[in-house]
Design a protein around this ligand. Structure first.
Ligand code: ADP
Ligand code: ASP
Ligand code: MG
Length: 432
């Protein structure tokens, strides 16, 4: 008998039928003799709809009230899942994040879990109940307010529960059969991976693969939780995300050994349409200017990703500096920079939100050369222009036109030999 934590995403609990399907899956796990703790997301696109509603009422929402609003989405689904389980003759109890002991920092909208005190969950498990927890939310002890963990944060709830309860595995269910070599909505020939290292998954998630939330992968890596990403809509075994020192479960060891022998250099391709580019034009090319620019940007709270500085024009002694940041941070960063234009001494600012970022990720890059050559060649033959480049030890990213991103991803996926014979299936969801 094991303790299994399962997380069901929005598309898995989108309507009454889906909720019943999820309840059946949970009950089947219980019937197999396991203790089950479940984290649920809000139904379908509920969170987006609540955000739209908040925006219609007030263009800039109060962060505390926004968290009160958004956390209600998960409350609806947790109660409905518990009811569906009851009607199948099993005992289930739902808990909000604060009832479940999800203690977080006070940052509304992006709180981090600092402690988990699952006393009530343990009691319920000891009494034989199936436990259902509202994902994405927590509680701050100082402010005594409800917080949310950031978009996609139900994944983190599940991993944190798995760590606190020392679960055997954390199963994350969504509308795809596991982690693929690319987003199957963008690259139909993407291939499902049996295993992926947590190191590679972190890079994929950080660069746009929203199949797992980056903070959930980080948390799992830090606390030694094994994640199994799989689909609510099929019975496949999905993908195991292996942290340091974790061994592949016996059930898939043979398959994984085979694929390990192939040693693919590239694990996958990630795409991100959520970034914008800011160019600071005519920056005096003297020491200290980059420091001034990026301290202003940092103070505005923006999370800068790539940076490129042009060679300065000899005639003017001025240069251009471009950087990328999340689209949602751009307006604040631009306002902050404009406020310091005179003191920094640059000429103007350009904002471009029509960019796309393509990243190629693979631990094999440490020992193999030629990955960038293959990437650039593939982009060049398909006529895609590269605007910026950045690399890490196991990743190469390029910025291209947003309109070119999907085509670029398909071509690059092919060039690295990742294409599967068959088209991947996305079972549900709107991909919103
Ligand atoms: P949930 O609502 O269940 O949390 P998400 O929508 O957050 O599910 O994540 C699942 C989606 O992630 C898929 O529908 C797919 O479009 C997208 N995705 C992006 N990159 C990948 C990838 N590498 N492998 C699988 N899915 C991916
Ligand atoms: N419902 C939240 C969101 O849409 C959290 C989650 O689904 O993980 O972001
Ligand atoms: Mg998600």
């Amino acid at each position: 008998m094991a303790l299994i934590v399962q997380k069901y995403g929005g598309s898995s609990v989108a309507d009454a039928e889906s909720i019943k399907r999820v309840a059946k899956r949970i009950v089947d796990t219980r019937r197999a003799g396991h203790d089950v703790v479940v984290a649920v997301s809000a139904m379908g696109d509920t969170t987006d709809e609540l955000l739209d509603l908040a925006h219609d009422v007030a263009p800039i929402s109060n962060p505390r009230e926004l968290d009160m609003l958004l956390s209600s989405g998960e409350r609806i689904s947790m109660a409905l899942v518990a009811m569906a389980i009851h009607s199948m003759g099993f005992e289930a109890r739902s808990f909000t994040g604060s009832q479940a002991g999800m203690i977080t920092t006070a940052d509304h909208g992006s709180a981090r879990i600092v402690d988990v005190t699952p006393v009530r969950l343990r009691e319920a498990l000891d009494e034989g109940a199936i436990v259902i927890v509202a994902g994405f939310q927590g509680f701050n002890r100082d402010t005594r307010d409800i917080t949310t963990l950031g978009r996609g944060g139900s994944d983190t709830t599940a991993v944190a529960l798995a760590a606190a309860l020392q679960a055997d595995v954390c199963e994350i269910y969504s509308d795809v059969d596991g982690i693929y070599t690319a987003d199957p909505r963008v690259v139909p020939r993407a291939r499902r991976l049996d295993v992926v290292t947590s190191e590679e998954m972190l890079e994929l998630a950080a660069n746009g693969a929203k199949v797992l939330y980056i903070r959930a992968v980080e948390y799992a890596r830090r606390h030694g939780v094994m994640i199994n990403a799989r689909s609510t809509f099929s019975s496949g075994q999905g993908t195991f995300v292996l942290g340091p020192g974790m061994t592949v479960p016996a059930a898939i060891a043979a398959v994984a050994e085979e694929s390990a022998m192939e040693e693919p250099i590239v694990a996958g391709v990630a795409t991100d349409l959520g970034q914008a580019k800011v160019t600071v034009i005519g920056v005096p090319d003297v020491p200290g200017k980059a420091a001034e620019i990026f301290s202003v940007v940092a103070k505005s709270g923006a999370n800068v990703d790539m940076i490129v500085q042009n060679v300065s024009a000899a005639a003017t002694g001025r240069t251009d500096i471009s950087f990328t940041l999340p689209k949602s941070d751009a307006a604040t960063a631009l306002r902050a920079l404009a406020g310091e234009q005179a003191s920094i001494g640059f000429e103007s600012l350009v904002h471009d939100d029509q960019i796309g970022k393509l990243s190629v990720v693979g631990a094999g890059m440490r020992t193999h050369s030629g990955v960038s050559a293959t990437l650039f060649e593939a982009l060049s033959t398909s006529g895609v222009n590269i605007e910026m480049i950045s690399t890490s030890e196991i990743r190469i990213s390029v910025v291209v036109r947003g309109d070119d991103l999907a085509e670029a991803a398909r071509v690059v996926h092919s060039a690295f030999g990742l294409d599967s014979e068959i088209e991947a299936i996305v079972h549900a969801g709107t991909g919103r």
